[in-house]
Each structure stands twice: as C-alpha cells, then as structure tokens.
Design a protein around this ligand. Structure first.
Ligand code: FAD
Length: 407
C-alpha cells in the first residue's frame, strides 16, 4: 500500500480559500519545461488566467535534454496509475497533432527471476489497459535483429510505448496555452516574491507581476524558487548523459526502445531509433553522483563516458552498419528522496504556492498527469480529477528532509 507522504488536513481552510477565490484566478507558473507547460495548459483549460515565466527559452532546461521516452514497463500500481492518466492525455494531444512515435519498448531480462517478475507485471499492466507480451531469448532478434542475446533470458515488450520529441511537445503546449489566452514570457526570471493580500507580487527580470497563485515547476531550480517563498523543497538535480549514434545507412527495421536494467540490475544501457540512420543511446546509472548546481554543472558528454558507451554498444549491438558516436550532451534529472514527484502545496498554511517538481528521469512521460494534478491543487485544493494521486503531496518533512545519497 502506498502511504501518503503529506496531507492537507484543514478542510475548513480549503473551503474558505475556494469560496474567496475569484472566478478567474491569476496563476503564474515558474518554468517552461514539460511540467510547467502541462500545468499551464490544464489551468487555462479550466478558465484561469495563466502566465508562465521562463529564465531562458521554452524547453531550455531538462526537458529539451531528455530522450523523450514514454514507457509503461513498470510494476508498481502507483506508477501504472500515473501512466494511465498521462497516456490518456497523450492520446488526446496525438489527436491534435502531437507526433508520438510508437516504436515499442523492450526491457531485457538476464535471469529467470526477472522473467517471472515480467510475467507478473504483464498481468498488472493488462489490468491497467497496457498491452505487453513476454519475449523468450530465442525470439528477441525478431524485434532487434542486431541484438547479441548472450546472457539474456528474454524480455517484455510493450508495442504501444515509444517516444516523443520533447521540443515538439513543449512547442505544442505553448501554442495550446496561447490559444486559451495564456502566455509564456521567455527570458523572464523570477527573482523575488512579496506576499500581498490574497496573493503575491513577483519580482522578475522584466518588472513586477501580481497574481493569486504560483506553481513552482522550475525543475532542477525548484529548491531555489521555493527558497524565495521561505520554503524548502527537497529536489536534487542529478547529471545524466545521452548521445546520438550515427549509422552508414538506415536499418531495414525500426529499433524499439531497448533497456538493459531491471530494478537496478543490468548495465543500464538503453537505446532506440531516432530517425533513419540515427539512434539515441544512454547509460542509465542507478547510483548517480551528488546533487549538481543547475547553473554550473557540466552539460557536455564526458570523454570517458563516450568510451564506455561505445564498448557497451559494440558488445550488445555488434554489426550495426558504420556505427559511430555523434553529438553527446548531459542534462539533469530533478530527483526526490523516494523518486516520486512532489505535486501540491508544501505548506498546508499556504495552499496558493503549489509545487510541480521532482519528476526525475520520467518528467516527459509523467508531465501530463503532474500538470493535471498540480492544476487541481491550484484551483480546487486537491487532486479532484485524478484520485489516488494525493500521495504525491510533498511531505511536511520536505522542509527538512534529505535527498537520496549519491554513490
Ligand atoms: C539525458 C536525459 C534523458 C532523459 N530521458 C527521459 C525520458 O526518456 N523520458 C522521460 O520521461 N524523462 C526523461 N528525462 C527526464 C526529464 O527530462 C525531466 O524529468 C523533465 O524534463 C523535467 O521537466 P521540468 O519541467 O520539471 O524541468 P525543466 O525542463 O528543467 O524546466 C524547468 C524550467 O524552469 C526554468 N526556471 C528555473 N528557475 C526559474 C526562475 N527563477 N524563473 C523562471 N524560470 C525558471 C528553467 O530555465 C527551466 O527551463 C531525461 C533527462 C535527461 C537529462
């Protein structure tokens, strides 16, 4: 059973706030990454006036540095519930033109015990409405003809999973926001906050702005933004790297997303098709380093990492035509202590300051549900449209808690 991390016990205060809220509350969202923009769209669709402030440009933070995978290969009921909500919204946006590349997702197993886990997870996933099937070792090459299956027991394959271009997602969300009368102010950084009756006066690099409610969707910078409100949000940015793999010619099949990691066991190597003649690969490190400073971290791919990635790829995918490393980069996972996002107010006495942060390595796939839940907290004082997600409420101890240790 999932134990709620925090709770807003004072229903009277919630009711009072709802009663005093104007019909069209003015909400400012800090950060134009996937979490901020999904929240903003959910807010304007419910009639709020919304301005998104962004220090830099749309998707310039973690969102634009991600590899965009949307997968459902998980076993925890809460993880599946969150993806049910998120995928419903993705389907909706697909119908509006979002390109979702359903290349499928294959998670590899190295042991029979992992295959048994996959079998149980396939049952849970079916219950949540996600298609998947077990793949025995001898059939893996039907999905990935270049795969070296040495040491593998098989895998689980979800044909409907895939990837989206996070820039395209953020651009689409910004357009939806504008269509509903909202706006994104780029190159406009929040620098300070003054509380005023019923709301806030925000000091930005482009002047002051008054509003009723603020949503903190500042990714790796979310603790800095919280500090401006006198609050402490426990989000620690972890550095992760990715690189493109260039091929001499396009493969005659579409490489699905392939992941060699099950509950922390495996090399962490993962790769997928990106475009004809090009793939994207990563090594997912389970034990990452200490939290980074989002303003000064090294956003380039380390030479040593490139060598290690090349070694793992040559071993697992021998014979790719002319495979060589292309562009590499690094970005941040905004991590939390229990690796679940923090969505809702941190302080029960300040319901008008809502957090939408800490999505770790899942902030593209979970953004639609995080945005929905954050908007619910901002406008209704609770996650009314997504029951079961109140467990994402930041715990009171996030004001004093510690991050997951590095190493
Ligand atoms: C290499 C890599 C691969 C990844 N792959 C995947 C994947 O396959 N699938 C997946 O789901 N997730 C993936 N992720 C994780 C995902 O990218 C993040 O979880 C997600 O982008 C977080 O989004 P966000 O909106 O919280 O933060 P961000 O995208 O960082 O947005 C926060 C924004 O806030 C702005 N900001 C900060 N402070 C202020 C301020 N004071 N005033 C105004 N603006 C401010 C910043 O400029 C920034 O643009 C990956 C991440 C990395 C690094």
């Amino acid at each position: 059973m999932v134990v709620p991390r925090g709770s807003i016990g004072d229903h009277a205060r919630k009711a009072e706030r709802e009663a005093t809220m104007r019909t069209a509350p003015q909400v400012v969202v800090i950060g134009a990454g996937t979490l901020g923009l999904c929240t903003a769209v959910n807010l304007v669709e419910q009639g709020a006036g919304v301005t998104v402030l962004e220090t830099n440009t749309i998707a310039s933070g973690s969102s634009g540095r991600s590899v965009g995978v949307v997968g459902t290969q998980l076993t925890d009921p809460l993880d599946l519930l969150l993806r049910e909500h998120a995928l419903r919204q993705f389907r909706n946006w697909e119908s509006l033109g979002l390109e979702f590349n359903h290349i499928g997702y294959l998670r590899l197993a190295r042991t029979e015990a992992q295959m048994e886990l996959f079998e149980r997870s396939a049952g849970l996933r079916a219950g949540a409405g996600f298609r998947s099937r077990l793949v025995q070792a001898e059939s893996l090459r039907e999905l990935v003809p270049h795969l070296n299956t040495a040491g593998l027991a098989g895998g689980i394959f979800g044909p409907d999973d895939g990837y989206i271009d996070p820039h395209a997602l953020c651009t689409m969300l910004s357009a939806l926001l504008r269509d509903h009368g909202g706006e994104v102010r780029q190159y406009c950084r929040l620098e300070g906050v003054i509380r005023r009756s019923g709301g806030y006066r925000l000091e930005t690099t482009k002047g002051t702005l008054d509003c009723d409610i603020v949503v903190n969707a500042a990714g790796g910078w979310a603790p800095q933004v919280s500090a401006m409100f006198g609050q402490n949000l426990c989000v620690g940015p972890e550095r992760h790297e990715a690189a493109s793999i260039l091929l001499d010619r396009a493969l005659d099949y579409t490489m699905p997303m392939v992941m060699d990691l099950v509950n922390g066991e495996g090399s962490g190597l993962n790769f997928r098709h990106d475009r004809p003649g090009e793939m994207i690969a990563e090594i997912h490190h389970v034990a990452a380093g200490p939290p980074e400073n989002p303003d000064t971290y090294n956003d380039r791919y380390d030479e040593a990492s490139k060598v290690y990635l090349a070694e793992l790829l040559l071993e697992r995918l021998p014979g790719l035509p002319g495979a060589r490393l292309g562009r590499g980069w690094a970005g941040l996972y905004p991590m939390t202590a229990d690796q679940r996002p923090l969505v809702g107010p941190v302080d029960p006495d300040e319901l008008s300051f809502v957090s939408a942060a800490g999505a770790g390595g899942y902030g593209i796939q979970l953004a639609p549900v995080i945005g929905q839940v954050a908007a619910d907290w901002a406008l209704h004082g609770g996650p009314v449209s997504a029951p079961g997600t109140e467990v994402l409420l930041p715990p009171p101890e996030s004001n004093v808690g510690s991050l997951r240790p590095g190493g």
